[in-house]
Design a protein. Structure first.
Length: 150
């Protein structure tokens, strides 16, 4: 069973992610945070294998939080969950150390797939992100590590 931490400043998003994961016994939600500071603290205490994290949060945003978590815990896999599909945000996410970039509109269908890919040391980008953008970003920041995209 893989332990996952859910980080989003909106409780209904956290509940939605939990609802999706309930059908998959290989994923155990070990905790929740509503901000980046708590995510960093909970990563220390709960030792999740994966984190699903919003980009847009007050205080430390998801990219800044990813950078901080990956400095201390490079083994933790992070999937950023967002509404934003700009090439620069995708690039910033992977530069910060994220292994996955999942659009909220794709989450219901793609969340578990994204988690399975990143937990196996792959990289994931939502299918709605432009293919050329995805390819160039992942190639740039992961030094030719394989990417999985629909």
């Amino acid at each position: 069973m893989h332990r996952v931490l859910i980080v989003d400043d909106h409780a209904f998003i956290r509940r939605g992610v939990q609802a999706i994961l309930q059908s998959f016994p290989e994923w155990e939600v070990c905790g929740e945070a509503d901000n980046g500071t708590d995510a960093i603290r909970l990563t220390e205490t709960l030792k999740p294998e994966a984190i699903i994290m919003d980009i847009s949060m007050p205080g430390l945003n998801g990219i800044e939080t990813t950078r901080e978590i990956r400095k201390k815990h490079p083994e933790v896999k992070i999937v950023l969950l967002t509404l934003h599909e700009t090439a620069e945000l995708v690039r910033s996410a992977f530069r910060a150390g994220a292994q996955g970039y999942l659009l909220k509109v794709d989450a219901e269908q793609e969340l578990v797939r994204a988690l399975n890919i990143v937990i196996a040391d792959g990289s994931y980008i939502s299918p709605k992100i432009d293919g050329e953008v995805a390819k160039s970003v992942v190639t740039e920041v992961t030094e030719f590590k394989p990417v999985h995209k629909n």
